[in-house]
Ligand binder design. Structure first.
Ligand SMILES: Nc1ncnc2c1ncn2[C@@H]1O[C@H](COP(=O)(O)OP(=O)(O)O)[C@@H](O)[C@H]1O
Ligand SMILES: [Mg+2]
Length: 253
């Protein structure tokens, strides 16, 4: 049974999509079968993995129950992908409808046995899409920037996780918080790391040792639709992502 990992943070621009891309490609390096699911209407993960977003069966159709998960999978040279596109912003998941939280979980159950890992990228919101991702997930990974606003958002995110555990997914595990675009050379970054550790301890969330440094190579690999681990394996940020994957596995992913 594939392990489902959701990458989430209600803040935009914190590295969710980049981390989802790195997880999908990083876990594949270990010869695992990986499916990437893009729940963000922006479709950035789909693009970076070489999937089409227009005129294809995509996550929208799965959530609208117009097709099964299997029918929405695109196989690209980089990964298997269920694409996200703008239609997702209009998906009518009626919160009054019974079991609306379970639509993605139920849909993925059809393909779970085929994959070792299913990575779900989420939009920058705590929306019905995010709740569907949390309900489908075994584990949650939370990228944050080393800034005070990211830290402030953690408590709210954690409240949502607690509620999801209560109502729709008691088994949801917090895999950890990962600092992205991190610059260990600045005093501010180091202070933020210390503060992040305090907040993580308070909320009882693991702050991962791996922190991903900033590098233009990361954005380059995404826009060129190439695998960062092959494109620039010795780049610092790419090595950090390798460490992150390793750490998650060591922690019993
Ligand atoms: N480690 C990094 N170094 C440099 N740029 C990064 C890094 N991580 C992400 N980025 C860039 O920052 C922007 C936001 O990242 P993204 O993963 O799209 O965030 P989110 O999905 O949370 O909105 C993107 O342009 C991405 O290429
Ligand atoms: Mg994103």
């Amino acid at each position: 049974m594939g392990i489902v990992i959701a990458v989430a943070n209600q803040k935009g621009g914190v590295g969710k999509t980049t981390t989802a891309n790195a997880l999908a490609l990083g876990l594949k390096r270990g010869r695992n079968k990986v499916l990437a699911v893009d729940l963000d209407p922006q479709g950035n993960l789909s693009f970076s993995l070489g999937a089409a977003t227009e005129n294809v069966r995509a996550a929208y159709h799965v959530l609208a129950k117009e097709c099964g998960a299997g029918e929405a999978i695109q196989k690209t040279p980089l990964a298997d992908v269920i694409a996200g596109n703008i239609m997702l912003s209009s998906v009518q998941i009626d919160a009054a409808q019974n079991n609306w939280e379970f639509i993605l979980r139920n849909a993925l159950s059809e393909v779970r046995s085929v994959y070792d890992y299913i990575i779900v990228d989420t939009p920058p919101a705590l929306s019905v899409l995010t709740i569907n991702a949390f309900t489908a997930a075994d584990g949650l990974l939370v990228p944050i920037l080393a800034d005070i606003f990211s830290l402030q958002g953690l408590a709210r995110l954690n409240d949502t996780v607690v509620r999801v555990r209560e109502y729709s997914n008691p088994a949801l595990r917090m895999l950890g918080i990962v600092l992205t675009r991190y610059n260990a050379r600045t005093v501010l970054s180091r202070e933020i790391r210390a503060t992040a550790q305090m907040i993580a301890d308070e909320l009882n969330l693991p702050l991962l040792n791996a922190a991903v440094r900033a590098s233009v190579v990361i954005a380059e690999a995404q826009s060129m639709q190439v695998n960062m681990f092959k494109y620039m394996p010795r780049n610092n940020a790419v090595r950090d992502y390798k460490k992150l994957v390793q750490e998650l596995i060591e922690r019993g992913l």
